[in-house]
Design a protein around this ligand. Sequence first.
Ligand code: SF4
Length: 351
Amino acid sequence: MLELKPMIHKFRMKDTYYCLDVNSGIIHVIDELIDRVLDIYDGTNRDAVHAVLDSSEDVVELNEIMDELDELIAAEQLFAPMSQEFKLVVGEKPVVKALCLNIAHDCNLACKYCFASQGDYGGVKRELMSFDVAKRAVDFLIEMSGPRQHCEIDFFGGEPLLNWDVVKQTVEYIESIQTQHNKIFKLTLTTNGMLLTQDKIDYVNEHKMSLVLSLDGREDVHNAMRPVAGSGTESYKFIAKNLINAVKQRHGLEYYVRGTYTHKNLDFTKDVMAMSDLGFEHLSMEPVVGEEGDYVLREEDWPMLEKEYEALADIYLQRQIDGWGEKFNFFHFRMDLYRGPCMAKRLRGCG
Ligand code: SF4
């Protein structure tokens, strides 16, 4: 059984220090000295704190800080134990609630940073999932989700629209059996937009599927990283046109436009704004994953990235004050400030 130890995440926004207690979800506003004490202190090791900090800090103040931390620990507001809610999720019998189906092991773009080696995941063969495999995946999810009613499937790739017939067959299979199994499926399609034609837009809207649409913000940033497979030509104009067409027909159905930032666009707030300027309201920009190449993020990028998130947070807050509301919605800044990050995010140490 997965054991969730008491855990904290500390971070700084401008001049304010914060400490998130993972299991309770409580966010503490702390100061710089408490931040340093919490680098060491776990509620049991005062001597270790004194050994490191006595030479530079006031000993009485250190003891007062640790007294206050002990009070929070006793009240289960710091280093809180795993809650009953968490135990249900990570209990003895694992419950699978979501599957990401690699429905197309192939892609029509050749993004330089591709996590999937341009769609084939580094394998020898580019393939499309058969309906039989997709059907068995759905049956597996129904079985493994146990009593949980809400299940999720993300049609993913590579590029899932390369296997559109199987996507449709699978959607229709799910719709035909979910009621008899007392399940409610949330279906998501993650696409690069190259094949997002009107018939597909009509279908995903009719079947109330969520959409995750990939675009990297500014035209030059996108084109530098996301060329068309084979020809190597620029893809931005074609994709942006398709995404704008799809999004204007969503009428409240869930979507977000997701970009990737790299070492080459550490000023990614400009990319978020470029996507907002195109009329996209639900946005996300994620850090690139990778270890090689001139685009990978480096240790020395951290200070600039911290500043960039602060700048984006300022814009986000100002837009909320100015009444933009849901019209400017950055995925990672969606959080319930009274209850903290959702359980799934706390479990994964994310958000
Ligand atoms: S669209 Fe996605 S799967 Fe295709 S090459 Fe780009 S990152 Fe890889």
